[in-house]
Design a binder for this molecule. Structure first.
Ligand SMILES: Nc1ncnc2c1ncn2[C@@H]1O[C@H](COP(=O)(O)OP(=O)(O)OP(=O)(O)O)[C@@H](O)[C@H]1O
Ligand SMILES: [Mg+2]
Length: 246
């Protein structure tokens, strides 16, 4: 029954996913599946391909080959427009208008009713900042404006590129609590980070290096495999051992 198949579809299914940027292959035939309702951490050194993979997931990356299905549709399909939310690594909101005006603009683009904006501002704790111009906000506030825009329309897949970079520990904890709440509601999150410390918040980890996935596992299985509870240490150990056979 096609309907059932669709409902049971993985949030993401990639098979031999390859991406070429600037004439160079930067993702080399990745195959993996992400099941719905989980937080998957995308981790790995700078330049390993995290942003490129996220851009492919949301359908904005050129020169992608292989199979990539999102919520049962090909990545970038028009039907996914409201079902996939994306927070880019560099803020992509407008500085010269207010927080609310940004959300109103992006809501209109997505066909999301304006009534959704206030609850969302409360969710990211920006209710008191709604009237402020975005270019007067702090870094953490700016991040939360971008996050609110990515959450407009209650997307089923939420792709967040380094959403906690540069934030203080209290704010980082608040955001991870929010991500967990959103995942508990059934949405799937893919969150990139440089910081291994954040890996423990994820249900699953995709560890990347040089355009390949080294490991796809849970944080506890990863720690067990490396024989340490310190995920940073585990990652380094596994990079070294996998690097030797790569
Ligand atoms: N616009 C571009 N044109 C050509 N090559 C690019 C472009 N953007 C990124 N690359 C290359 O693609 C590879 C993957 O880059 P990507 O931005 O996906 O890495 P990343 O893991 O997100 O790094 P970071 O942690 O620094 O954000 C790198 O080798 C990078 O130099
Ligand atoms: Mg990046």
């Amino acid at each position: 029954m096609p309907l059932e198949i669709h409902q049971d579809a993985p949030a993401v299914e990639a098979e031999r996913l390859t991406v070429v940027r600037g004439g160079i292959e930067v993702l080399h035939g990745l195959s993996f599946t992400i099941i719905p309702g989980r937080i998957t951490g995308l981790l790995g050194p700078s330049g390993c391909g995290k942003t490129t993979l996220m851009r492919a997931l949301v359908g904005v990356q050129a020169r992608v080959s292989g199979r990539l299905e999102i919520l049962g549709e090909p990545a970038g399909a028009p039907a996914l427009r409201r079902r996939v939310g994306y927070m880019t690594q560099a803020p992509s909101v407008y500085g010269d208008i207010t927080v609310r005006a940004n959300l109103t603009y992006f809501a209109a683009l997505l066909g999301v009713p304006p009534a959704a904006i206030d609850p969302l501002l409360e969710t990211v704790d920006l209710g008191a900042e709604a009237h402020r111009r975005v270019d007067t906000l702090s870094g953490g506030q700016l991040t939360r404006v971008s996050l609110a825009c990515a959450l407009l329309g209650r997307p089923r897949l939420i792709v967040l590129d380094e959403p906690t970079v540069g934030l203080d520990p209290v704010l980082r904890k608040r955001l991870w609590d929010l991500f967990k709440e959103i995942a508990a509601g059934g949405a799937t999150l893919v969150v990139s980070s440089h910081v291994m410390d954040e890996a423990r918040h994820c249900d699953e980890l995709l560890l990347m290096r040089e355009g390949r996935i080294l490991i796809h596992d849970t944080p506890s299985a990863l720690a067990a495999r490396a024989g340490t509870d310190d995920l940073e240490h585990a990652f380094l150990t596994l990079i070294e051992s996998t690097g030797a056979s790569a």
